[in-house]
Design a protein around this ligand. Structure first.
Ligand SMILES: C[S@@+](CC[C@H](N)C(=O)[O-])C[C@H]1O[C@@H](n2cnc3c(N)ncnc32)[C@H](O)[C@@H]1O
Length: 306
C-alpha cells in the first residue's frame, strides 16, 4: 500500500498517479516477498550445489553466495525486476512534483516563521558520491533542483511509494526505533546536542527531537535541496526547532558539547575515503565515535555503501 504523507506537502494525485503508485508499491511487494522466496529455493536447489561441485567446497561468504547465484534465472529475474521497480518508484512521483512546484513553495512559505532554520553554504563542493551518480537510481540524485524543494519532494513522495507503508506513518520508523531504544536503554541519558550526519529530509532526525525535546538537534547533509525541504517539513510537523542550525557548513563542536551522534543510512566510506571531498572534515563523525567510546550513547547506523 502506498503511504499518504501526513503533512501539507502531500501531493494532490490524479487518479492515474494514485493507480501508478499503488502498482509500484504492489510490484515491490511481489519482488521482495514472492521473488525473494524463489531466490532461496533457487539457491538451495541449484546454485549452492553447483558452487560446491565447481569449487569443491560449500559457499562460505555472502560473496560466494552471490557468485553462486549469478546467472541463475531466478536471480536474473529478481535483479532485473528490482532495478526496474526502483526506477518506477521515482517515475511514479515525478509528474506530481513537476506540477506542484508552486504548491510546495506556498506550503513552505506558510511555516517560514516557525522556529527552526536552515543554512546553506554555496561554496561547498558536493561530494561526487552524492552528485555524480543517481543514488538509489533517483534521477538527478539528491542534488536535483539544487536548493529548490524538488529533490526533497521527490525523495519524500518516492519513499512513500517505496516503503509500502512499512517505514511508519511519517517514514520515521528507523529514527523512532533508535531513539526509543536509546531512551529506554539509558534512562539517565540527557543529551544537550544531537548531531545527525547525512539527514536527507530529516525524516529520521525528527524522532530524536521528539524523544529528547530539550536537546538541540542539528542535522547536516551535503545536498542542499533536501535540507530546505526537510526544514519546512520539520516545521509542519511542529518540530522545526529540531533543525535549527547550519546544515551544510561543517559545524565544529567543542568535544564535550557533542554527546550523541547519529548516522543513519549514510555511506560509510563517503567521509573517510577522500579527505578533499568530505563535507564534515571528519569532525562530527570522529566526535560521534569518541562520544560513543566515552559515553556509550551514540547511535550509529551504517549499512549502506556506494
Ligand atoms: C540514504 S540517505 C540517509 C537518510 C537518513 N539518514 C535516514 O536515516 O533515512 C544518505 C544521505 O547522506 C548524504 N551524504 C552522503 N555523503 C555525504 C557526505 N560526505 N557528507 C554529508 N552528507 C553526505 C546524502 O546526501 C544523503 O542525503
Amino acid at each position: 500500500m502506498t503511504l499518504a504523507l501526513q503533512h501539507p506537502m502531500n501531493p494532490d494525485k490524479t487518479p492515474e498517479e494514485l493507480a501508478r503508485g499503488r502498482f509500484v508499491s504492489g510490484i515491490r511487494s511481489l519482488i521482495l516477498n514472492d521473488l525473494a522466496g524463489d531466490l532461496k529455493t533457487a539457491y538451495d536447489k541449484r546454485a549452492a550445489p553447483a558452487f560446491k561441485k565447481r569449487e569443491g567446497r560449500e559457499p562460505a561468504s555472502s560473496r560466494d553466495a552471490h557468485m553462486a547465484l549469478r546467472g541463475d534465472p531466478a536471480f536474473n529475474i529478481y535483479s532485473a525486476m528490482r532495478v526496474q521497480a526502483q526506477k518506477m518508484v521515482w517515475a511514479s512521483v515525478g509528474d506530481s512534483v513537476a506540477r506542484e512546484g508552486d504548491k510546495l513553495a506556498a506550503e513552505a512559505a506558510k511555516v517560514s516563521n516557525q522556529p527552526g532554520s536552515v543554512t546553506l553554504n554555496p561554496d561547498l563542493e558536493v561530494p561526487r558520491n552524492v552528485s555524480a551518480i543517481d543514488v538509489h537510481l533517483m534521477p538527478g540524485s539528491y542534488t536535483r533542483g539544487e536548493d529548490s524543494l524538488e529533490a526533497g519532494a521527490i525523495y519524500d513522495r518516492g519513499l512513500a511509494v517505496f516503503s509500502m507503508g512499512l517505514m511508519g506513518a511519517n517514514l520515521d520508523d528507523i529514527g523512532l526505533s533508535m531513539a526509543k531504544y536509546i531512551a529506554l536503554r539509558y534512562p539517565d541519558f540527557k543529551p544537550q546536542r544531537i548531531l545527525d550526519t547525512g539527514c536527507t529530509i530529516g525524516h529520521n532526525t525528527l524522532p530524536w527531537k521528539q524523544t529528547y525535546p530539550d536537546a538541540e538537534v542539528i542535522a547536516i547533509d551535503a545536498a542542499p535541496g533536501g535540507l530546505v525541504y526537510g526544514s519546512a517539513r520539520a516545521k509542519m510537523a511542529g518540530v522545526g526547532s529540531a533543525l535549527p542550525a547550519d546544515v551544510r557548513r561543517q559545524p565544529r563542536f567543542p568535544r564535550r558539547q557533542l554527546r550523541s551522534g547519529v548516522e543513519q543510512h549514510v555511506p560509510a566510506r563517503a567521509v573517510e575515503e577522500d579527505p578533499r571531498r568530505r563535507i564534515c572534515r571528519g569532525v562530527p563523525r570522529a566526535q560521534a565515535r569518541r562520544a560513543a567510546a566515552a559515553h556509550g550513547t551514540a547511535a550509529q547506523w551504517r549499512n549502506e555503501r556506494l
